[in-house]
Ligand binder design. Structure first.
Ligand code: TXA
Ligand code: MG
Length: 339
């Protein structure tokens, strides 16, 4: 299949371009689109045939559910079977924005979308292109537009690297998105559980709900994301980091060093071999987290190793969300190709 790349203005999307993408969706094809977090790939939520294509294109296990992306609250009617007051409060405060809320699915939603869980993750993205697309097409079952297990895409080029020839079209709004996916919150059966930390801090959710929320990300983080060919490791403390830097020499192969704004050791020229790549990653805020770009770049440049400066312990807010992702990248170690 030839994938069509449709350029679109991220702030004032042209109606004709949006409609071109809608026509593909109506033909039960897949379209990738920008969101405020990462690029997603979507299908009409009501078309089981189209939804199945997402799993095939991404090589995603059928048991891993998709989120249903909506643009207006009145689309919720045939998607969920009940709307608890707590969920409404959260939608009021954080939507449109990077919070996915899991609720019991309505019977109209196919088992394929839900990964046969009987529940559905709802997300209302805030990107103007995503909203315009969903407004015209209706609710989209969607997920990040990468091959299963790979870093999420922040540009049409990233999408192309993973899904070219596997999907019908990409709405190309340039480099966009915070780089931090939505927080996934389970509100089924009276539970208050964060399954993935993301763009909305756990503490902010607790403040709105007026109660503690359980963070259950470990098992989830292991099954998700970041298979890259570069080996990723993290120095456990400043001492180890200094030792690693001191032992680097021109025979270490091609290495990338990722400094962060919490590490006390700042980059000094001469600390590392001249051919090493130096990256800086801001852990203190969620505007444009460059982690995925660094992982993809390191791989494209053929780096053998990517070494992260020590990470803050017991981090809070979105810093914790970013740290989760770095840990996931390192746990994976070296993997020869996408699963
Ligand atoms: O920011 C985002 O959330 C992006 C953009 C494209 O919206 N999407 C995204 O999709 O990151 P994905 O599929 O890569 O991550 C969604 C996560 C998955 O790990 C999935 O297992 C979980 O949410 N999830 C979705 N529906 C669920 C459900 N019904 N129960 C439990 N977990 C669910
Ligand atoms: Mg993903």
């Amino acid at each position: 299949m030839e994938t069509v790349y449709l350029s679109i203005d991220p702030i004032n999307p042209r109606h004709e371009t949006v409609m071109a993408a809608v026509r593909f969706l109506e033909q039960e094809e897949l379209v990738a689109f920008p969101t405020e977090t990462v690029y997603g790939v979507g299908a009409l939520a009501q078309s089981t045939n189209a939804v199945k294509k997402i799993f095939a294109a991404k090589e995603r296990p059928a048991t891993n559910p998709l989120q249903v992306h909506i643009s207006r609250l009145n689309q919720l009617r045939n998607i969920i079977s009940c709307l608890p007051a707590e969920a409404e409060k959260l939608m009021d405060r954080f939507w449109p924005g990077p919070l996915s809320i899991i609720l019991p699915a309505a019977r109209q939603i196919s088992a394929e979308v839900c990964g046969r869980t009987g529940t559905v993750a709802l997300r209302m993205p805030s990107h103007p292109v995503a909203l315009a697309l969903i407004d015209e097409a209706g609710p989209l079952a969607a997920t990040s537009a990468n091959l299963s297990g790979r870093p999420s895409p922040l540009s049409a080029d990233d999408v192309k690297a993973d899904l070219d020839g596997r999907i019908r079209a990409v709405l190309n709004a340039g480099r966009t998105g915070s780089g931090l996916e939505s927080t996934v919150l389970n509100l089924c059966q009276g539970s208050y559980q964060v399954l993935r930390r993301g763009g909305i801090a756990v503490e902010e959710i607790e403040e709105i709900l007026g109660k503690r929320v359980e963070v259950a990300v470990q098992a989830h983080a292991r099954q998700d994301h970041y298979q890259v060919r570069t080996r990723v490791s993290i120095a456990k403390d400043e001492k180890e980091f200094s030792l690693i830097l001191n032992n680097l020499n021109s025979s270490s192969g091609t290495v990338g060093i990722v400094y962060n704004d919490f590490s006390s050791k700042i980059f000094v020229e001469g600390d590392v071999p001249a051919e090493a790549r130096i990256y800086r990653l801001n852990l203190g805020q969620n505007t444009n987290v460059e982690l995925y770009s660094i992982l993809r770049q390191a791989e494209q440049e053929g780096l053998n190793d990517l070494i992260f400066a020590p990470l803050p312990i017991d981090s809070k807010g979105v810093t914790a969300s970013i740290v989760d992702r770095i840990l996931a990248a390192a746990n994976r170690g070296q993997i020869s190709g996408p699963a």
